[in-house]
Design a protein around this ligand. Structure first.
Ligand code: RAM
Length: 924
């Protein structure tokens, strides 16, 4: 009897919960701040934006309103947000909403939640509470000082007489009187570091803090170290090497001083149980030595480790540093900003095992990983006391099987390990990296037979998640996609680089400019690019005339720019905006863009550019011989003028988006003036290039950048086709022409031709390199051949991503997936099936969720699967004029609330789709 009313009550509560949860919309998910950060600590941005995704649900098509609540304590949410309450905002925007609350401060932890209203004005539950915690935002937040040993005085002279600083070991003991509630370690270096607390590795970060223009800004890292610290005695220990800061890669120009001894800056802030706070800083009380096991470490030249000099327990309390030296101290410099790192650090993300052992002699062995990569080896090798293991790297072997390193040029790229005992050693270098597919070991215990498990390849790149995938029925096209992806992985080492292996590895802007759209399909590289753009702005600020050097960070310091390279200042932000819809990247870089175009103006006379240029870099079969031939046959005047006009055009569009109507008019006018001059100077009435050599790239730039009157353009298109025919339907394009060739041919309706060029097997073509064994993109179309070996050109990398820019077209048109409105608010699904493909499919994570397009042809039946995420819409083009036969999810197509026919002609059907998953089928 007693239980009865209770069980009725329980049943009632259950029913109420059930019915209310049946009505309640699913809450928003995948909350992020700014460029995709999930619950970050040490966050860089005190004016973040907020983004979330709507759930996939029948009742949620779009958002009609949202509410964000932000508080300093999770207990205040959702009803008492003390920092910001956006209130209900009627808006379909679910991404990049600007924070509009109270000013936030360094170290502050901020909690937030969001809810939305759907298309029927039904409200969701609030999302889970997310948070972000700011890092140290200003130099004045630092009590610590730069500390380190004077390593310049004991350094040795390395390649080209550059100083090689001995790596340093620095430590500090401290005592805590009470237990720890929470602890944050804020740390950075003029150099690269690895930090330990009480014998534990604090993080897996590789070579932090990464590479910025160090004379302007050094990034800082924040680690939650609560679990590493205990009451009583503790030890903080740091390994430090030159990295990019004073290493040979810095080239020792005045800004990047080769004599500057590396230093660390760290501040450990601890909250104790007794309510007090204790701060341990880098200061004169630290001790250091250079007599540790890492003897030398250089990005280009490799690392040397001597196990005889190991210092057991040096990172723990159990060590006496009496014989170590006092450190030198340096005050902070107001001119060098310390700012939290604004993108992910490099980490070890993939482990590769070698696939075969190629050559064995008594003293050496060569391993093949069958994949070119950037990384370091992890060796597990039997050694004899006193012997030195030597590890060399190579991208390909010479046709006779010999180990080839000449294309590394002056980069020695060799690691050494000196054994202290007879035993199997386990070791990996820490402050260098290599680009390689083959690895040679020598100096191991010759009595042992080398085996595959002696080595592994630890693949390292900025810890960016994979964002998309592309696959098809064609093996070589899939290999090309794989090569593109590996090209990206191998060149996203904190900054976008040209190559990972030779004495370069620099932030070449032209390469970046052409690859950014493809990179965004494959990797979640939003923050990666915006971080590098900050470095670009800082570098440009050193030049009063708006010059953007062709390498960022600018180690050359030669005050030179190049058209097609510096234009990254305008094109990369635009590309990132197109893919993300995040206007922040346009706002942040707007002044830089204008200054760059102002620089264009200084290099032009009567709107014709005379800017220096690398031209259509590495165009095959140049008519000009010698070194100048590397720039291809398209004149620098034509290229410079084309980019001048294009950048002015982009700025006019960006100005309109940013509500700057006057600028929009001014830059549109400038674009038109330059375009008119361009046509007058370079094109005759028949649409042929005049005064200069006619090239594929010359026509491509004119057409793609919209620089010709309509009638001239149509004629120019014919000349382009002739150029292609004269090249026997092969590429005659270098770094600048290649990425736009597919887009132009596509716009011209020349899909068959583009497929023909893309599927060519002979030189120069994408598949040619695959036929020669490529597993990454190459710098030259013929960087290597199975019979001839390496191209003898001194500049010849097998891991250069520029020609991978075709990846964008593979996603957009082969599989058929593209943003129609910025950030995929509206999506274009328009696959272009063609011989020899039977199927292709791609997906990518848009800011609104996963979007995909996947088609197949079977028995003349075309089938297309698409996924359109919530809060977007899609225009879907079915490549068949046969509306009668069109089936959707197995049923004959009819207009309904989800799908509407908007056009139908002889070759295609155009349908507007609301969010959902659909299958379309039609006869071809
Ligand atoms: C090479 C670089 C890069 C290119 C420049 C012009 O040295 O590798 O790819 O942009 O030259």
């Amino acid at each position: 009897m007693i239980f009865k009313p209770l069980s009725i009550l329980i049943a009632f509560v259950f029913l109420v919960t059930l019915s209310s949860s049946a009505q309640q919309l699913l809450n928003p998910k995948e909350l992020v701040v700014s460029e995709g950060f999930k619950n970050p600590i040490g966050f860089y941005n005190d004016q973040p934006t907020f983004s979330w995704k709507l759930p996939i649900s029948k009742t949620v098509k779009s958002q009609s309103a949202y509410q964000i609540v932000v508080a300093s304590n999770p207990k205040l949410l959702p009803n008492n947000p003390d920092l910001w309450n956006s209130k209900k905002q009627l808006s379909n925007q679910s991404v990049w909403i600007n924070y509009g609350g109270t000013k936030l401060n360094s170290r502050q932890k901020v909690y937030w939640q969001v809810r939305y209203w759907n298309q029927d004005d039904e409200v969701s539950a609030y999302s889970e509470i997310n948070s972000f915690e700011l890092g140290l935002l200003k130099n004045s937040d630092w009590e610590a000082q730069w500390v380190g040993l004077d390593t310049a005085k004991d350094s040795i002279k390395g390649v080209r007489k550059f100083l090689m600083h001995r790596p340093q070991y620095l430590r500090k003991g401290f005592e805590l009187s009470s237990e720890v509630v929470s602890a944050r370690l804020y740390i950075t270096a003029k150099g690269v570091f690895d930090v330990h607390l009480n014998g534990e590795n604090v993080s897996d970060d590789v070579m932090p803090p990464g590479w910025t223009p160090y004379n302007k800004r050094i990034e800082t890292l924040t680690y939650d170290v609560t679990k590493f610290i205990e009451s009583g005695q503790n030890t903080l220990a740091v390994e430090l090497a030159t990295g990019w800061h004073a290493g040979r890669i810095s080239r020792g120009t005045s800004v990047y001083n080769n004599f500057a001894s590396p230093k660390i800056l760290c501040q450990l802030e601890i909250e104790l149980k007794d309510g007090s706070k204790q701060v341990i800083i880098s200061d004169q009380s630290w001790r250091g030595t250079t007599n540790g096991p890492i003897r030398l470490a250089s990005i280009y030249d490799g690392e040397t480790y001597d196990a005889n000099l190991e210092m057991p327990n040096w990172t723990t309390n159990n060590f006496n540093d009496k014989k170590w030296e006092n450190v030198q101290v340096e005050a902070l410099d107001e001119a060098i900003k310390l700012e939290p790192k604004r993108h992910k650090t490099v980490t070890h993300n993939i482990t590769l095992n070698p696939v075969e052992i190629l050559t064995k002699t008594d003293t050496s062995v060569v391993y093949n990983f069958k994949q070119n990569m950037l990384g370091v080896p992890l060796v597990n090798v039997p050694m004899k006391k006193g012997d030195t293991l030597k590890i060399r790297f190579s991208e390909m072997l010479a046709p006779d099987g010999s180990f080839y390193t000449a294309n590394y040029r002056s980069a020695l790229s060799t690691d050494y390990y000196v054994a202290a005992e007879d035993k199997t050693i386990t070791w990996s270098p820490k402050f260098t990296f290599h680009g390689f597919q083959y690895l040679e070991l020598s100096g191991f215990d010759a009595s042992k037979v080398p085996s595959l498990d002696w080595v592994k390849g630890l693949v390292q790149y900025s810890n960016i998640e994979t964002n998309g995938s592309f696959t098809s029925s064609h093996e070589k096209l899939n290999q090309l996609q794989s090569n593109i992806t590996w090209g990206l992985r191998s060149n996203f080492f904190d900054i976008p680089t040209d190559c990972p292996q030779r004495d370069e590895r620099l932030g070449w802007t032209g390469d970046a400019q052409v690859i950014s759209p493809t990179s965004m399909f494959n990797l979640n590289a939003h923050a990666f690019w915006t971080a590098w753009l900050q470095s670009m702005r800082e570098t440009q600020s050193e030049h009063n005339d708006g010059l953007v050097p062709f390498i960022i960070p600018d180690v050359l310091q030669n005050k030179r720019a190049s058209s097609g390279w510096g234009d990254a200042a305008v094109i990369v932000p635009w590309d990132i905006y197109t893919v993300t819809g995040d206007k922040t990247v346009l706002e942040e870089n707007y002044d830089m863009m204008k200054k760059w175009v102002a620089y264009h103006e200084t290099q032009a006379k009567d709107y014709i550019s005379h800017m220096n240029s690398f031209g259509d870099w590495l165009q095959p079969f140049p008519l000009i011989s010698g070194k100048d031939g590397q720039k291809g046959d398209t004149s620098k005047e034509l290229i410079g003028t084309a980019y001048f006009a294009h950048c002015a055009h982009l700025i006019s569009k960006i100005a309109a988006l940013l509500n700057k109507p006057d600028d929009a008019t001014t830059y549109k006018q400038l674009y038109e003036n330059v375009a008119t001059a361009f046509e007058r100077e370079f094109f005759d009435a028949n649409g042929a290039i005049k005064n200069e050599l006619g090239t594929q790239t010359g026509y491509l730039l004119a057409i793609y950048f919209n620089l010709l009157k309509e009638e001239t353009k149509q004629k120019a298109q014919k000349h382009l086709l002739e150029e292609i025919k004269m090249a026997d339907y092969h590429l005659r394009t270098g770094f600048l022409g290649t990425p736009i060739l597919p887009k132009v041919l596509d716009d011209m309706g020349e899909i068959n031709l583009m497929y023909e060029i893309l599927f060519k097997e002979t030189y120069p073509s994408w598949f040619y390199s695959i036929n020669q064994g490529a597993t990454t993109m190459w710098e030259r179309w013929d960087s290597y051949s199975k019979t001839e070996g390496y191209n003898p050109g001194s500049m010849n990398s097998l891991n250069h991503y520029a020609y991978g820019a075709v990846g964008q077209w593979m996603y957009e048109r082969i599989a058929g997936l593209a943003p129609l409105e910025p950030g995929y608010k509206k999506i274009r699904i328009a696959p272009m099936p063609n011989m020899p493909l039977k199927s292709a499919s791609a997906s990518t994570n848009s800011p609104y969720g996963k979007v995909s397009s996947s088609w197949e042809i079977n028995n003349k039946l075309f089938s297309l699967d698409v996924v359109v995420p919530p809060n977007t819409s899609a225009e879907i083009t079915i490549p068949s004029g046969n509306k009668i036969d069109l089936k959707v999810n197995g049923k004959t197509f009819k207009n309904n609330s989800n799908l509407k026919l908007i056009n139908n002609n002889q070759t295609s059907i155009l349908i507007l789709a609301t969010p959902g998953a659909y299958n379309f089928q039609t006869k071809l």
